[in-house]
Design a protein around this ligand. Structure first.
Ligand code: HEC
Length: 170
C-alpha cells in the first residue's frame, strides 16, 4: 500500500486552499539612473523619505491620464468599459502587460464589443510605458493615493537622455 500518494493529495489540497495571491515585489532593488527596478529587474516605483515619488512614476501619472484614462478611468480605477489597470498591473505579468498595450486586445461576444487599441507605433505611449506601469503598480499596492502625486523628484539627466533617444527612435 502506497501511503505517499494520498498524503501528497492532502498537501496539494492544503496548498490550493491557501491564498493564491503571491506577494507582489514592488521594492526598488536597483536603478539605472533612469528608473528603479525590483529584484527581478521589473520596473518599479520609488518614494523617498519626504514622500516624493520618483520622476518616472510622476511621468506615468501624466501619461496615463493623457492616453489611457478615457477608457480605463481616472487613477487606474477602471470604468464600465475597461478594466481597472491598477489591478492589472499587479496581477498581470509585466511582459503580458506590455504585450497587450503594444498589440491591443479585442473581446467580442454577444454581450460586449470592447476594444483595447494597439499602441505599438505610438511613441507617446511606448516611450513611457514603463512609467505608466510603475505608476499603476504604485496605485495597485496603494503606495500613492488617488490624484496627482503631491511631491516628486526632478527629472534626471539620464532620464532626459533616454527619453530623447526613445522619441527620436534611436
Ligand atoms: C479606446 C479605449 C482604450 C484606451 C484608450 C486604452 N485601453 Fe486598455 N483596454 C481597453 C479595453 C476595452 C480593454 C479590455 C479588452 C478585453 O478584455 O478584451 C483593455 C484592456 C487593457 C489591458 C489588459 C487588462 C487586463 O486586466 O486584462 C491593459 C494592460 C491595458 N488595457 C492597458 C492600457 C494602457 C496602458 C492604456 C494607455 C496607454 C490603454 N490601455 C488605453 C480599452 C482601452
Amino acid at each position: 500500500m502506497n501511503f505517499i500518494t494520498p498524503l501528497l493529495g492532502l498537501l496539494i489540497a492544503v496548498a490550493a486552499a491557501a491564498p493564491v495571491r503571491a506577494e507582489v515585489d514592488v521594492a526598488a532593488a536597483s536603478t539605472d539612473g533612469v528608473r528603479h527596478f525590483n529584484a527581478d529587474e521589473i520596473p518599479t516605483f520609488a518614494i523617498n523619505d519626504e514622500g516624493a515619488v520618483d520622476w518616472p512614476t510622476f511621468s506615468g501619472f501624466r501619461r496615463y491620464h493623457a492616453e489611457c484614462h478615457v477608457c480605463h478611468g481616472p487613477d487606474g480605477e477602471g470604468s464600465t468599459y475597461a478594466p481597472a489597470l491598477k489591478n492589472s498591473a499587479i496581477k498581470m505579468d509585466y511582459y503580458d502587460f506590455v504585450g497587450v498595450v503594444a498589440s491591443g486586445k479585442q473581446e467580442i461576444n454577444s454581450s460586449s464589443n470592447q476594444v483595447m487599441p494597439a499602441f505599438a507605433t505610438n511613441p507617446n505611449v511606448m516611450c513611457y510605458l514603463d512609467d505608466i506601469y510603475t505608476y499603476l503598480r504604485a496605485r495597485g499596492v496603494e503606495a500613492i493615493p488617488r490624484g496627482r502625486p503631491a511631491k516628486r523628484v526632478d527629472k534626471s539627466a539620464e532620464y532626459t537622455a533616454a527619453e530623447k533617444a526613445c522619441m527620436e527612435g534611436s
